[in-house]
Design a protein around this ligand. Structure first.
Ligand code: NAD
Ligand code: AKB
Length: 325
């Protein structure tokens, strides 16, 4: 089997996608890569790892040749909140990678996975049950890069036959690596703070409703989409996928079923709040359901229970190791 390359593999998604791909296809098949050095504690420790800057065609090309790569999951990007702080940097990374990865894919006939986002929508998009095909006029530099990515991947498919496929992810919640500077990060941070300190200060208003998904569903969606029968795909870049919608207040109430003492304060960050106010509250994922059988497994209740269990176990083992040393 040809190998699978993951760019941006040390981030929130890559830290869970790489081990899942290795379980699915075998350790030797997966090549993790990032612009920064491998963390010694990372789950991506087992197997191949390469330093690759996704904005440099030569570096991507060299790894593709060295490992006989057949598929790229192109995750490397700067997320929404950091991108608003550093628009020029975000443009260089997000757009630089987005042009070069499909171009290398064209030369080597690779399949490409591209993660778009609810950030590809804007204030003029219908916010509830956002349709698969609708107005996309995002007001953030992150969103502009995501819409461009969707269009470039569709272009490379139509013009050159590149097998490019993508998902519009909602905010992703995970117990592994911390999120990398997005607007939906509060939904991960609150779990860590609830377990450690029983207190969280949230940067979004308590009534900010956003579309969300638990990472095990997101990882499964990526692999299922890339394995789907191409004949059935009418859409490609990118499919709406969804699992749940909630506000910070609803999430806090759900966590209190496990951590009753949790106290949440609100100190609203105007930049991240205005981004959240321009994003969908819920997505219509019927095209994904019909074309490749998408179905989420986790809702707010089961995701919260699993997050508390996972993080509780981790904290317990860190404490045990601390007391041994
Ligand atoms: P992250 O910020 O956690 O990780 C991004 C990784 O990219 C980091 O490890 C970083 O070191 C790496 N990187 C940055 N610049 C690079 C470069 N020039 N070359 C190679 N690597 C570079 O992001 P994530 O949450 O894992 O997201 C991955 C992708 O999924 C992004 O495209 C993001 O827009 C998209 N996405 C994420 C979410 C979410 O909630 N996490 C939701 C929707 C879409
Ligand atoms: C962000 O908040 O930037 C990401 C996303 C939804 O794209 N989590």
């Amino acid at each position: 089997m040809k190998r699978v390359l993951v760019t941006g593999a040390l981030g929130q998604i890559g830290s869970e996608l790489v081990p899942a791909l290795r379980r699915h296809y075998g350790d030797d098949v997966v090549v993790a890569s990032d612009i920064r050095l491998h963390r010694p504690d990372a789950a991506t420790d087992e197997g191949h790892f390469e330093l690759v800057d996704c904005t440099r065609s030569r570096e991507i090309d060299a790894v593709v040749r060295r490992y006989d790569v057949g598929t790229v999951y192109h995750l490397a990007a700067v997320l929404s909140a950091v991108a608003e702080e550093r628009p020029s940097f975000a443009w260089d990374v997000n757009m630089g990678g987005l042009y070069r990865v499909p171009e290398v894919a064209r030369q080597h006939r690779l399949a490409v996975f591209f993660p778009s986002s609810i950030g590809a929508f804007g204030p003029s998009t219908p916010r509830d049950q956002t349709p698969q095909v609708t107005i996309q006029r995002p007001t953030t530099i992150y969103g502009i890069s995501k819409v461009t990515g969707e269009l470039l991947c569709d272009y490379s498919h139509r013009r050159f036959g590149v097998d490019s496929r993508g998902l519009r992810f909602p905010g992703l919640i995970s117990a592994g690596a911390l999120p990398g500077g997005g607007t939906t990060d509060y939904a991960v941070e609150i779990f860590h703070q609830a377990i450690r300190y029983r207190h969280y200060t949230c940067f979004l208003r308590p009534d900010s409703c956003l579309d969300m998904m638990y990472m095990p569903d997101a990882v499964r969606a990526m692999i299922e989409l890339m394995e789907a029968d191409p004949e059935r795909l009418l859409n490609r870049n990118a499919f709406n996928v969804t699992a749940m919608s909630f506000t910070p207040a609803m999430l806090a109430d759900e966590i209190r079923k496990h951590v009753p003492e949790l106290r949440v304060d609100y100190e609203v960050d105007p930049v991240r709040q205005s981004i959240a106010d321009s994003w969908p509250r819920s997505l219509d994922d019927s095209a994904a359901c019909e074309e490749w059988g998408w179905k989420p497994h986790y809702d707010l209740e089961s995701m919260t229970r699993d997050m508390i269990e996972q993080l509780g176990r981790r904290l317990h083992s860190v404490k045990q190791e601390g007391s041994r040393s």
